[in-house]
Design a protein around this ligand. Sequence first.
Ligand code: FE2
Length: 416
Amino acid sequence: VPNEAVGHGAHGAEIAFEIDRAMEQTAEALREQFQESRQETERICAQLLVEDHCVQSSPDVSPPKWHLAHTSWFFENFLLIPKLRGYRAFHPAYSYLFNSYYESVGSRIAKSDRGLLSRPSLEEIHRYRYWVDRHLSEIDWQDEQTRRILELGIHHEQQHQELLLMDIKHIFFSNPLRPAYQERPELEKMPVEANSGWAWVESGMGELGFSASGFAFDNERPRHRVYLHGARLRNRVVSCGEYLEFIEAGGYREPRYWLSEGWARVRERGWQAPLYWERQGSRWEVFTLAGMRPIEELVPVAHLSFYEADAYARWKGCELPGEEQWEAAVERGMPYGSLWEWTRSPYLPYPGFRPFQGDFSEYNGKFMSNQMVMRGKSCGTPETHLGEPARPTYRNFYPPDSRWQFGGFRIATSGS
Ligand SMILES: [Fe+2]
């Protein structure tokens, strides 16, 4: 509350009352978002068996049980311990078990060992969630710093909701029974006729990054001037049918389409198609959250590495858009929707980047090497995660050989 607004007679008192009310409303809205987000995580896991919660099917994947605990640890470690007087941690070992990557917080179990945590039990982790939620109701929700951390904690938990779906998909795919997580596949056919054209970006100075009000991550800031190379970007992502043409044309056997590192991965890992694709005789099938399904031509192609996206673009005589071209095209009306999209931009700090303060400086900035930027949002991203309407400045990032995220791509050509 700005001090000038209070203490000037009746009018001041009125303003102070208004401000108090606004703060209460903000706190109330935040409380609702918090509860919604905590419940959503549990709803995602409610479809799983107890046994599903413990599996770590690759070093990138975390067991669902770990996500349930880690998202609670985030609130316990960053809010309850520093902010709630007399708070006692739920369990002294949990910081070691459920700290993800915060060096400032202390040592932790190796990421690839998370699947060893048969203990604590799922039941105990649910008790942990309840314990954390109950104590969070006792903190001061009108304190500004607390509200900022809560807001970040909610967005953090939403990121883990998407990770949960990615990980569940990989865990179920790795099980020979190939169970279905839900009834409908997560990706739908695209309305190809409606938006199969191109979006245009003119050459010239433009701006990149977030400057509006509301929540954004530190890596989206500051908004800054950039030179935009004129380009046209396809109005939609590449479809399975289109990608199949690349496979059938021998794309995975022809080194000239591939970056050197990409070609090395193709050979080392025996890639012949995107992750989750399987050949059944002369046909291809794909694993979805609804189980194995025949490939459908008009469904967006997903789960491919940056290298595969880049090779396809090269084969087409095109390229991947830069993140600045992508953002400019969306600001000019280019639609996006059900997949994160590879760009050709390495994940780097914007000029003048300032990480979040304190422990949260480790949230994004320290990952800014050897990763590529993905833009958009996906079928696994919670509705409200990018704000409403979804902001186009959001920067996701993955190593170039990573395939388990809900990722696809669109092609572009740069002009004059
Ligand atoms: Fe996390």
